[in-house]
Ligand binder design. Sequence first.
Ligand code: ADP
Ligand code: MG
Length: 626
Amino acid sequence: MTHESEDDSGIYLTLLCWIGLGLGALDAFVQPLPLGLTGAALGLAYLAGGVPAAGTALCELIVRRRLDIDLLMVVAALAAAAVGAALEGAVLLALFSLSETLENRAMGKARRAVEALMDLRPEFALREGPEGVEEVPVADLQPGDRVILRPGARVPVDGRVVAGAGHLDESTVTGESAPVRKAAGALVHEATVNLDGVLTVEVTRSLATSTVAQMIRLVTEAQAMKSPSERFSDWFGQRYTVAVLLGSVLAYAGFRLAGFAGTEALYRAATLLVAASPCAVVISVPAAILSALSAAARGGVLFKGGAALEGLAEVRTFAFDKTGTLTTGQAAVVGIVALEGDEPAFLALVAGLEAQSEHPIAGALRREVAARGIAPALVGEVQSYPSEGISGQDDKGPIWAGNRRMLARMGADMPDLPPAMRDGAETLVLVGRGAKVLGAVTVADVPRASAAAALVALRASGADILLMTGDRAEVAARIGAQLGLRPDEVHAGLMPADKVRLVDIAAARGKVAFIGDGVNDAGALARADVGVAMGVAGSEVALQAADVALMAEDMTKLAAARTLSRRTARVIRQNLVLAIGAMIGLVIGSAFFNLPLPLAVLGHEGGTVLVVLNGLRLLADPIRAR
Ligand code: ADP
Ligand code: MG
């Protein structure tokens, strides 16, 4: 079976094995060699081909108490040698060793595609210090430090641009190849490349919590977590290996009873052992899954494991959060009403309150206030109420901001607002001190450019679409209409627990995927069969709760990932049919039609290599191609 090791010793051993086999074949078919030389050559083939397999098989047996399929090959080769068919045993080991090497190389290719991410971080960065710019190890950078990015430099850690502007190639993180313009205030991510300008970046996260560190953690976790098909093929492999060993012993007894001589019966039993070995069955699923996970990761879609990948193929309902997921999260402030005092003081209060919130609405309010050149007021003891708003303390006492639910929680009444603001289709943020409302702001958000196309593609794949938002019904209806959703597909005014409840209801009709970005989505993300978080744009909590992360803010990648997951399911089915079919054919051939051992071996190893190659087709990047 495929092992983790990827060093070149496997190739050399395979080569030695084939040299031994070649000399043995020379002796048998062309020119008899001295007996000692032939013996040594075949011995070499057995050692080079059999010892590594026997080693791992024994290791598995002792350490993990599992019967490895490699063991079957070694037993069959030894049985062949015992009945005087040493050359055929050598053919078996040589082909086995070759297919093993090919498999390892192929699977290594799939795995390396992801691991290459780890090599992307630079080792040193230029830090602005009191005595000018100095070069320091990236590991020494702390949040708050300022680093200079020259054109062509890789971004050493996640940060925020404080001066300068330029274009960044973010394809390593988001899979998006078009350069992205970044100016003061924009976030930059570790391992992306500064193409032109000179940027000063303030470090926002230490190395350990950076985007790439998270991606690497996600993908490593992913490789440890097995999908249902993988678990099945593992389980099947175990049971089946034992059954094949026992079956071969029984077959030997059967051949003897049928009147065959001892050596002939053993040879046939050994052939049957090879024919019935499920190597191809066991490798067919991981070959496909690993390739697909790598292809997806390079396209900016991170699956936390094969289970999520297989799950996405079966999803019946896609439920979307609105703010920050279907909409850009780059909302604009469209209305301001200050009921008490002057507008700048009111806005300073709002910005101070929202300073620490990761909600997209908070970002919109901060940007607006900053653009007016107003400094945020000092607000402490900030507490957020998911799907409601936020509260805090300034020098005059407790203040709050949020929607109607927040208003009710604070015991305040709806103030006199212009009707367009009170009942309009923009998100309404009320701001107050205790039961007194100080003013209100409306924020308008637009659907992501990619959202409508993604929904169409998902619908075409046979899925239902739902929109679930904590925002008010008027806003949800406007965004829903812009995205072509029916009114019955739109659910508004939801608390986090309501989203979980709606996911449960949708689950009655089949698997549910929930796609969200916020803290308020974490429950639904965890409850859904497949939780999809907005990777870079979303909150940390959402990322933790999800099974899939969309690193690019591009919804069509979700549709592409769905296509990929369905292709993967198809390849797995093809592989299993091929592997099991070949196995059945070979078993029948060796049990009833006197199939020679070398042919059984060829069929067996050929099938194994074929399913691996079929799986590797998925590596061809279908997500980025869109
Ligand atoms: P969605 O489910 O669409 O992502 P949320 O549930 O996160 O929306 O938010 C629902 C509503 O709660 C928002 O429309 C807003 O009115 C209010 N709200 C949430 N967080 C904040 C905040 N930090 N400041 C002001 N209002 C907020
Ligand atoms: Mg949201």
